[in-house]
Design a protein around this ligand. Structure first.
Ligand code: UD1
Ligand code: CA
Length: 465
């Protein structure tokens, strides 16, 4: 039997006080909508439909074609939102999960529990519920003689319903055919004048179909995010969940509260993460690495036995045995090969940096191919930009670039070449050649003393004035 999912993400999220739609906001550097959709993927749902409305383009831009997007032009309620998926789903046999897009901490395991419970009991509709504080404005689960009969929204509560603690947390499971049959009967005759998805359960019950609530122990996965305070609290919950997972997988995290690992990041065994690290995007770190303190990585692949301190790296690959930092910045398609040393205040961009090569201090390497076992002296710069175009610098294996060299691109430094310190290299240097490009030194015997006397004289004259 097929499983479908409908994610409700058309609302504005007024209390976020933002120009962005709510589900675009990130929890631990991942947009809410992607957190929800990726959990549904992990659950193995056959087809996911995302209902968008407010800021539709911004939400759509975050989604790939593994999901189908439908539009709810006017937000007339959660039931109306599900109805937007009618053309795709109505009439299909299967089970449909409906979930609020603003509860991004939901886990596939918990949804699996809901689906299993729903299927085992042969229900037509099952709502996930939780015993909550009475101050919450959630819909209440109405039961008669222990049997669930309906959900009543907070604003529609009657006085004798106010002490019901079992509440709707906004995740549902339906028989797909029954869902769309019942949806066509939902009206907006209620306190908010909206079409509620929650009414579907009462309608099914009134028709003699089986409905029930699947109770979970706490709200940590389904609290829902309505403002930035809840967003920050959710970040902390997710941070603890992710850090705990990696600790149990054999990663050492020195300070759980000061380590931010985004949900898609992968870390190998025996790697140590020092405090102050932020690991984002599709970052993958190998085994036995030492990362931090204070590193920020975005989409970085780090192989095994790598050590990186106090560095900012994005969209790059670092091969094994390499050490980087403190205070290096590598960005945009750097490929740093094995057993490399990159030291303090080195910046690289679009650079291939060969096996065993070194750039120990104060250097900029951009748009460059650096061979194996090259030594880049302190203060070297690839002058890759002429104000209009970017050009390549190519440095062959075993070359030695003396300190404070300018390599004016496009330029080729041959294998085994040796560039004298302080050179400004504008022409290619052939293999094994010595390149020197700076003014010739002149020594004037005794002239230091003459200069000193001149200076003293000027000083005396000024003092007299
Ligand atoms: C909903 C439930 C409530 C439950 C609570 C749990 C209804 C009627 N009520 O209330 O019983 O306790 O969730 O958090 O469903 N949305 C749309 N289109 C719309 C309206 C909403 O896509 O026209 C989306 C929102 O973007 C949001 C989700 O549906 O992601 C929930 O909507 P929201 O207005 O926050 O519902 P609640 O009032 O929280
Ligand atoms: Ca809500």
């Amino acid at each position: 039997m097929k499983t479908y999912a409908v994610v409700l993400a058309a609302g504005k999220g007024t209390r976020m006080k933002s120009d962005k739609p709510k589900v675009v906001h990130e929890v631990l550097y991942k947009p809410m909508i992607n957190l929800v959709v990726d959990e549904l993927k992990r659950l193995g749902v056959d087809e996911t439909i995302v209902v968008v409305g407010h800021g539709a383009e911004q939400v759509e831009a975050l989604l790939d074609d593994s999901v189908t997007v439908v539009y709810q032009r006017e937000q007339k309620g959660t039931g109306h939102a599900v109805l937007m998926a009618k053309d795709i789903l109505a009439g299909k046999e299967g089970t449909t999960i409906v979930l609020n897009g603003d509860a991004p901490l939901i886990r596939a395991e918990t949804l699996q529990g809901l689906v299993d419970y729903h299927n085992a009991a042969n229900n037509k509709g099952t709502v996930m519920s939780c015993d909550c504080d009475l101050s919450l404005a959630f819909g209440r689960i109405i039961k008669k003689d222990g049997q669930m009969t309906a959900i009543v929204e907070y604003k529609d509560l009657k006085d004798d319903m106010r002490d019901i603690t079992e509440m709707n947390v906004g995740e549902y499971c339906f028989d797909n055919v029954a869902l769309f049959d019942a949806l066509s009967k939902v009206t907006n005759n209620n306190a908010q004048g909206e079409y509620y998805i929650t009414d579907v359960l009462g309608i099914l019950h009134d028709e003699g179909q089986r409905i029930d609530a699947y109770k979970i122990p706490d709200l940590s996965e389904v609290g829902g995010i309505n403002d930035r305070l809840a967003l920050a609290e959710s970040t902390k919950i997710l941070q603890k969940r992710i850090n705990s997972k990696w600790l149990l997988e054999g990663v050492t995290i020195i300070d759980m509260d000061n380590t931010y690992i985004s949900p898609d990041v992968v870390i190998g065994q025996d790697t140590v993460i020092e405090p102050g690290c932020i690991l984002k995007g599709q970052t993958v770190i190998g085994n036995n690495c030492h990362i931090g303190p204070y590193c920020e990585f975005t989409n970085v692949t780090v192989k095994d036995n790598v050590e990186i301190k106090y560095s900012v790296i994005s969209d790059s690959v670092i091969e094994s045995g390499t050490d980087i930092g403190p205070f290096a910045r590598l960005r945009t398609d750097c490929h740093i090969m094995n057993n490399v040393h990159i030291g303090n205040f080195v910046e690289m961009k679009k650079a291939h940096f060969g096996n065993g090569s070194k750039s120990a201090h104060l250097t900029y390497i951009g748009d460059a191919e650096v061979g194996d076992n090259v030594n880049i002296g302190c203060g070297t710069i690839t002058s890759n930009y002429d104000g209009k175009n970017k050009s390549m610098t190519i440095i062959g294996d075993d070359a030695f670039i003396g300190c404070n060299s300018n390599l004016v691109a496009p330029v080729n430094i041959g294998k085994g070449a040796f560039i004298a310190a302080g050179s400004t290299v504008t022409d290619d240097v052939e293999d094994d050649a010595f390149g020197i490009a700076r003014a010739k030194q002149i020594n004037k015997p005794g002239y230091a003393k003459v200069l000193e006397e001149k200076r003293m004289k000027i000083y005396e004259e000024r003092r007299k004035k």
